[in-house]
Write a protein that binds this ligand. Structure first.
Ligand SMILES: [Cu+2]
Length: 144
């Protein structure tokens, strides 16, 4: 009887152990979250933000309702020609990552909703941690 009881306790301890090994929760903070307003007839615009995560993480997906595609881009001047390239932003633990005009930025294609200055919109970000775990966070942007 005693033996069974001991095994039960050991079983419970082992079941609980994974809870302790996860460590602190993933969290992000962001500032200056802005999207350029969409002028009539336009379907493409850009967005900017400063984002910091408490763990190393890649931004692997960004989505929003009624927006066809959202990509992260880098921007480089090449012989006076501006070149943009799709990137997978890699956030370094506790280090600010900037999306800003003239540099890395967010780009919105096939926008089928109104984005008028003064309004707000939520974007759903999917992050991937080093251990491959995926997490989503909704981040609010102001339209400017
Ligand atoms: Cu771009």
């Amino acid at each position: 009887m005693m033996k069974t009881y001991n095994s039960l306790i050991i079983f419970i301890l082992f079941s609980l152990f994974p809870l302790f090994s996860y460590g602190e929760e993933f969290s992000i903070s962001s500032k200056n979250n802005l999207i350029s307003e969409l002028r009539p007839g336009q379907k493409v615009t850009a967005g900017f933000m400063d984002i910091t995560a408490n763990k190393d993480a890649k931004i692997i997906k960004i989505e929003a309702e009624l927006i066809g595609r959202i990509e992260a881009h880098s921007m480089m001047m090449n012989d006076e020609i501006m070149k943009m390239r799709k990137i997978t932003p890699e956030l370094v633990k506790n280090k600010k990552y900037k999306f800003q005009p003239g540099g890395n930025h967010l780009m919105f294609f096939g926008v089928e909703r109104k984005l008028i200055a003064g309004g707000e919109i939520n974007l759903l970000f999917t992050f991937q941690l080093k251990n491959k775990k995926k997490l989503t966070e909704s981040i609010r942007f102001k339209i400017k």
